[in-house]
Design a protein around this ligand. Structure first.
Ligand code: FAD
Length: 429
């Protein structure tokens, strides 16, 4: 379904870090390693880093280039937590188990900062994320979460910002209130992925670009992965393919639906104009079901994301549609040109819960459901621990039930499209 290209798509991110895009060779021989990972996005890279740090020999094969998928195209918003929030974890694991998941999230938010510092990844890290309410009745979602985070999960850092104080952060009338998470933030996602890859290679991880896994066989001793030019034999296999898994493993793929989501970047604004829009420089996302998210870049552009598509087709008039959404927030940008438009796919599960698992020697992590910078870091730790023989954390995730979409991708997409139309209407009213 997805054709990977041999180069990055035309995004602001690819255009703003050309010098860092190292060409890596494709696999042209047979190799043997402890662990082979398919997919060089954050999930694959974090898993590789953790395994290499534990002394394993690891290789990653990537159908396109490092960070070509969602990891090199996303909004760059660091938002501690999973897309489904905590209720599904609490329902499946009770409060003690859910607390362990929350701790993993907190650890991941710290690990991201630690890795950026330790591996010296220049990725424009900026601290702070604002979660906003467009509708008055949804302000309660913010205050409820602030209360739950403090009293159930022991996280008391969230700060409520009433409408009267919002001009200190966002120059827009659209929002009724916000919740500031100082552990949130934003970064340049492709620079970050490229930095993680460099760090992994320094630890001995071999990464092959333009090397698509065409299939694999698992047996009692390990796995064999086929590519066009070479074969890999490994004790363990990690599927880190996200929405792009396609036909590689129909069983795993059946539990996720690829959903298109899109972004625009304005031309550079003056530094003063940019600061006026978002004086505190925090990343912002709203709490509508079909959400808008935005932030500034280092070169003073506004990056604005939103919209989604379940049909596999890019929405008509995408740039203008997103521009109109942006103008609802910042009408003062009416004369500002849009310099880039791009999109990517997220991997949603039916209940929006993450899908991490193992079957014999095959491990996977997917189902980030649109919210992956922090959760993929959790996944990398959990999978690496499991491969090293400790499944304690993996079991927290396998306790979640992620059913296959009924009727596969086509019918599943239809159900989701109908469901989303309903939620869009609810957002509207
Ligand atoms: C437009 C957009 C905006 C987003 N915004 C945010 C945000 O602001 N904050 C946030 O937290 N999350 C966001 N996300 C989600 C986040 O980017 C993802 O959850 C995360 O990057 C997933 O990482 P991954 O490594 O699992 O997958 P990916 O980064 O997609 O990597 C999977 C890789 O596997 C490769 N692959 C697949 N099949 C094969 C095969 N057969 N052989 C070899 N390689 C293969 C693909 O080429 C791809 O490079 C956004 C996503 C999109 C698309």
């Amino acid at each position: 379904m997805f054709e990977s290209s041999s180069d990055y798509i035309d995004s602001y991110y690819a255009a703003s870090c050309r010098d860092e895009q190292i060409s890596r060779a494709s696999l042209e021989e047979n190799l043997q390693v402890d662990v082979v990972i398919i997919g060089a996005g954050y999930t694959g890279l974090y898993t590789a880093l953790n395994l290499a740090e534990a002394g394993k020999s690891v290789m990653i094969i990537e159908a396109s280039r490092v960070g070509w998928g969602a990891s090199g195209r996303n909004g760059g918003q660091i938002i501690p937590g999973f897309s489904c929030d905590m209720p599904p974890f609490e329902a499946a694991l009770g409060q003690d188990g859910a607390r362990q998941v929350w701790q993993l999230v907190q650890d991941a938010a710290s690990e991201i900062r630690r890795r950026i510092a330790r591996h010296q990844i220049a990725c424009d890290l900026t601290e702070g994320h604002l979660w906003t309410a467009v509708q008055q009745r949804r302000v309660k979602i913010l205050t409820d979460w602030q209360h739950e985070a403090a009293h159930k999960w022991g996280y008391d850092q969230l700060q409520f910002i009433p409408k009267s104080d919002l001009p200190q952060h966002i120059d827009s009338d659209r929002y009724q209130a916000a919740l500031l998470d100082p552990q949130g933030g934003h970064l340049h996602p492709l620079k970050y992925a490229l930095g993680l890859a460099r760090a992994a290679e320094q630890l001995g991880v071999k990464i092959f670009d333009n090397t698509k896994a065409l299939g694999y066989q698992a047996d009692i001793d390990g796995v064999t992965v086929q590519t066009a030019q070479g074969q890999i034999r490994a004790n363990k296999l990690v599927l880190a393919c996200n929405a792009y898994i396609d036909q590689l493993d129909r069983r795993i793929q059946g539990k996720i639906l690829p959903v298109g989501t899109y972004m625009i970047a304005t031309e550079p604004l003056s530094e003063t104009a940019a600061r006026q829009l978002l004086p505190s420089g925090y990343a912002v996302s709203d709490n509508q079901f079909v959400l808008d998210y935005f932030r500034l870049t280092k070169d003073h552009r506004l990056l604005f994301g939103g919209k989604c598509s379940y049909t596999g087709r890019t929405p008509n008039n995408l740039t203008e549609g997103l521009r109109q959404d942006m103008l609802k927030v910042f009408p003062q940008l009416a004369k500002t040109k849009i310099a880039f438009t791009w999109g990517g796919h997220i991997d949603i599960t039916m209940p929006r819960t993450p899908d991490f698992g193992r079957l014999d020697n095959v491990y996977w992590a997917q189902g980030f459901s649109g919210h992956g910078i922090v959760p993929t870091c959790v996944a990398g730790r959990v999978l690496a621990e499991a491969i090293n023989g400790d499944e304690t954390h993996l079991k927290l995730f396998t306790a979640l039930k992620n059913p296959a979409f009924p009727g596969g991708e086509t019918l599943g997409a239809l159900f989701q499209a109908v469901g989303m139309s309903y939620y869009r209407l609810r957002d509207y009213f």
